[in-house]
Design a protein around this ligand. Structure first.
Ligand SMILES: [Zn+2]
Length: 212
């Protein structure tokens, strides 16, 4: 009897240890300097360098993206169209100046709504990424919406975008890790292999990079 109890206790400890070893904790410091282009991390604590440049191509509606993702994006859109949606890129690549302008416009609009300048700026910064820290400045992020307003597209993208190399970057249950509110339209190219691994694990890019 004692032996059985001891064995059970031992196995319980093993189970606890195993759980501890596999449990994921929020990412702290991890190597982000030598990542391949498709895994570049851009967020509030990982701004783009001031001299960042990227070769972009123009989409049919005038938005731009990193030229390396034009083809996978086209394939994603073709599949979404086949599924009955009318996907469009409402925002692609932005220069740092673009991002600064977006922030300024937002501050002005809050001031126009009656907020004092300081409060307007504080509120705007809650919603608009600091210039240099928006993933759109990387050229690998796209806001995808349905041109006819069909919100079912968001569910379709959540299920299929990884097949074309894109991940939903700011999921609803990960805002504490990404620091960004749920954005069902914001997709980020990382390549099919990494996107599939991220999708299967249900994690964010931050968590994925901390893991690998
Ligand atoms: Zn976006």
């Amino acid at each position: 009897m004692l032996a059985v109890l001891a064995a059970v206790a031992f196995l319980s400890v093993l189970a606890l240890l195993a759980r501890d070893l596999t449990a994921f904790t929020a990412p702290r410091d991890f190597e982000t300097d030598n990542l391949p282009w498709n895994l570049t991390l851009v967020n509030s604590t990982h701004p783009l360098p001031d001299d960042f440049t990227v070769s972009t191509v123009e989409l049919s509606n005038g938005q731009r993206v990193d030229e390396r993702i034009a083809q996978p994006l086209e394939e994603l859109f073709r599949a979404a169209s086949t599924a009955g949606y009318t996907p469009c890129v409402s925002s692609g690549f932005r220069t740092r100046d673009d991002q600064e302008q977006i922030l300024e416009d937002r501050i002005e609009s809050y001031e126009a709504d009656g907020l004092a300048p300081q409060a307007a700026e504080r509120e705007a910064r809650r919603w608009v990424a600091e210039p240099g820290t928006s993933e759109h400045e990387l050229g690998l992020a796209v806001d995808i919406n349905d041109a006819l307003g069909n919100e079912g597209l968001y569910d379709w993208l959540a299920e299929h975008a990884h097949e074309y190399g894109f991940i939903q970057r700011y999921p609803s249950d990960k805002t504490d890790i990404t620091g960004i509110s749920f954005e069902p339209w914001h997709y980020r190219y990382v390549g099919v292999e990494d996107a599939t691994a991220i999708w299967q694990s249900g994690i964010t890019l931050e968590e994925y990079l901390a893991r690998t």
